[in-house]
Design a protein around this ligand. Structure first.
Ligand SMILES: Cc1cc2nc3c(=O)[nH]c(=O)nc-3n(C[C@H](O)[C@H](O)[C@H](O)COP(=O)(O)O)c2cc1C
Length: 170
């Protein structure tokens, strides 16, 4: 099976997850590439594409839907993956990508995990916390602490296990 793992990652969290998915696909014919290096006309040459991004303002980066839209033919199967700073995954993060794929391919599964909000400088984050009322600030500080260093070893192992379990099922 020919597999592509491709991603948009502004600050490196999604890239780490992509690498773990790639590790989980070892034993197959698998490529790992940032999305800007993928030729849309090549997509049809893969049996399965793992397509990932961080979540920015509730959505994945536009590069994902642009890639899908520019492909003349799509691979038969996609799996989405994302990292986000919220506790819960975003139901609609891939909405535009899904609409571009339409009925052409199957989206067989999705993986998500938390990613520390390292894109916002710590001083700015602290300034934002200070402006909150005390109860909200305590909650936000707890959340910030919980996010610190994510994706962590466990998140990355989960990503690798996820890829391995998908390949066993196919
Ligand atoms: C400009 C910007 C906007 C973001 N918007 C959201 C958001 O709407 N929801 C969320 O949960 N996380 C948001 N985040 C946090 C990122 O999704 C999270 O840190 C993710 O792991 C970033 O992935 P990356 O390191 O691959 O770029 C945002 C981060 C940045 C820098």
């Amino acid at each position: 099976m020919k597999i592509l793992v491709t991603y948009f990652s502004q600050n490196g969290n999604t890239e780490k997850v992509a690498r773990s998915i790639y590790e989980g696909c070892q034993g197959e014919d698998v490529d790992l590439k940032p999305i800007k290096e993928v030729d849309p006309l090549d997509l049809k040459n893969f049996d399965l594409v793992f397509l990932g991004s961080g979540i920015y303002a509730s959505r994945v980066n536009k590069a994902l839907s642009d890639l899908v839209a520019a492909a003349q033919e799509l691979p038969p199967k996609f799996i989405f993956f994302s990292t986000h700073a919220s506790k819960e995954p975003y139901q609609d993060g891939f909405k535009v990508v899904k609409s571009k794929i339409g009925e052409s391919s199957q989206i067989i599964d999705e993986f998500d995990c938390c990613g520390d909000n390292i894109g916002v400088p710590e001083a700015m984050r602290n300034a934002m916390l200070e402006r909150l009322p005390e109860d909200k600030r305590k909650e936000a500080e707890k959340h910030q602490q919980w996010l610190k260093g994510r994706p962590n070893e466990e998140d990355l192992q989960n990503a690798k296990n996820f890829a391995q379990s998908i390949l066993k099922k196919l």
